[in-house]
Design a binder for this molecule. Structure first.
Ligand code: PLP
Ligand code: LYS
Length: 417
């Protein structure tokens, strides 16, 4: 459930504000987030874990706006990061470094050093080479680096191949068959402290079974490590819980966590969660102006001022996100449209075959755009990235100004002659 609802007069509201009023300040395209929705989703995970020792490490890549991260920090959230840039954002936003887990397959020496200096909670190690590199950097700094091994359990998450991460052929994690041997190497390294076991099998999962299958495999590993004298204190189950974009019925955090806890039995393992999409997707919309309605014999196009550079999910994954008018008008003719942007690519669409009652000059909103929207935006076609606004009750805060044209060539130089 979110806080974007139509009023009786047909105007879409974000919490207590009419979206049409919010965009008067910012123009379009603009992302609008609902603070109450973000908080509700975060609390859903926190309450589901209940008294069980746990940490929710919000996946920063889903939406790394400082306003969003600051909200997470205020909630007491942890963070899952994949780069030094994300770490610096978390720190800038007031996040606690001791609640940060660091995932990702290509951590550089600089990234490892910066994370150790900040005092993060743990590295999620994705290869033997990385383990040795972390040990070396920690040794140079006279520190012990806390680690989990990210295990690749070879499980089909049943999601889009581009966002499936837990299969043998994916680049992520260490093959579960080899994990025990790597743990033994890790526990013998001078500057490594073994803390946890981690996995993340993919994103936008709509069934509970793949999660449980993975967890069962990890628990076998944890028991096996214990018999070898390697004690694991936490289990990081990653993110991946899906959201309803188009009628999907993914498990709720409560149902998921209940099933998870049941599998743990009496093992004393702290649980770490890394949700991104489930917290942010339905907490955001992208608002865009209808510039032209191009009606042809073959197809109708609604040409809007947002494009694949602002929201790439439809172009990249053929993702379906609901598109609707910002304000409902009874007098508009309903036609079937492909909703497209101004970019010079045939793949530049936000949605295809959509029945919409709109006119030129109206606004449309793309729903479920809070996750992997603004963070994946680019400047392709020299377009400025959109404004981002956080609505909180009857207040709207500009949490990111629209880029200016000067921003587009920042750092570029012409040749002297
Ligand atoms: C390691 C890791 N953790 C957490 C997430 C967040 O996933 P989601 O947004 O599906 O919850 C991702 C992205 O898929 C990831 O790669
Ligand atoms: N960017 C993807 C999710 C990727 C998750 C990253 N591990 C999406 O929009 O669905």
């Amino acid at each position: 459930m979110d806080f974007f609802n139509y009023q009786e007069d047909g105007r879409l509201f974000a919490e207590d504000l009419a979206v049409e009023d919010v965009i008067k300040q910012s123009g379009t395209p603009a992302y609008i987030y609902s603070r109450a929705t973000i908080e509700r989703h975060w609390h859903a995970f926190d309450q589901a874990a209940g008294d069980h020792p746990h940490m929710i490490c919000y996946a920063v890549k889903a939406n790394s706006n400082l306003g969003v991260l600051n909200l997470m920090a205020k909630l007491g959230s942890g963070f899952d990061i994949v780069s030094v840039g994300e770490l610096l954002r978390v720190l800038k936003a007031g996040g606690d470094p001791q609640k940060v887990v660091f995932s990702g397959v290509g951590k550089t020496e600089l990234e490892i050093r910066t994370a150790l200096e900040a005092g993060i909670y743990c590295f999620n190690v994705e290869s033997e080479g990385e383990l040795l590199r972390i040990n070396e950097v920690a040794a140079l700094m006279g520190k012990k680096a806390p680690v989990s091994i990210r295990v690749n359990p070879n499980i089909d998450a049943g999601t889009h191949p581009y966002i499936s991460t837990g299969l043998k052929e994916n680049k992520f994690g260490i093959d579960i068959e080899k994990a025990s041997a790597i743990y033994q190497i890790a526990s013998a390294l001078e500057n490594i402290e073994v803390k946890g076991v981690d996995c993340h099998i993919g994103s936008q999962l709509t069934e509970i079974e793949p999660f449980i299958e993975a967890i069962d495999k990890l628990l076998v590993l944890i028991d096996n490590l214990k018999s070898k004298g390697i004690e694991i204190s936490h289990l990081d189950v990653g993110g991946g819980l899906g959201v309803p974009y188009n009628g999907e019925t993914p498990p709720q955090p409560a149902e998921y966590t209940k099933a998870l806890k049941a599998r743990l039995g009496d093992r004393k393992l702290k649980l770490l969660f890394e949700p991104g999409r489930a917290i942010m997707a339905n907490a955001g919309i992208l608002v865009s102006k209808v510039e032209f309605l191009k009606l042809t014999e073959h197809k109708n196009f609604a040409i809007v001022d947002a494009a694949m550079n602002d929201l790439i999910r439809p172009a990249l994954y053929s993702a379906w996100q609901r598109i609707e008018p910002m304000n409902l008008h009874a007098d508009r003719e309903t036609r079937n449209y492909d909703v497209v942007g101004p970019i010079c690519e045939t793949g530049d669409f936000l949605g295809k075959d959509r029945d919409l009652a709109i006119a030129e000059g109206d606004y449309v909103v793309v729903r479920s755009a809070g996750a992997y929207g603004s963070t994946m935006a680019s400047n392709y076609n020299s377009r400025c990235r959109p404004a981002e606004i956080m609505v909180d009750g009857d207040q709207a805060y500009l949490v990111r100004a629209r880029e200016t044209h000067e921003d587009l060539w920042k750092g570029e130089n012409v040749l002297p002659s």
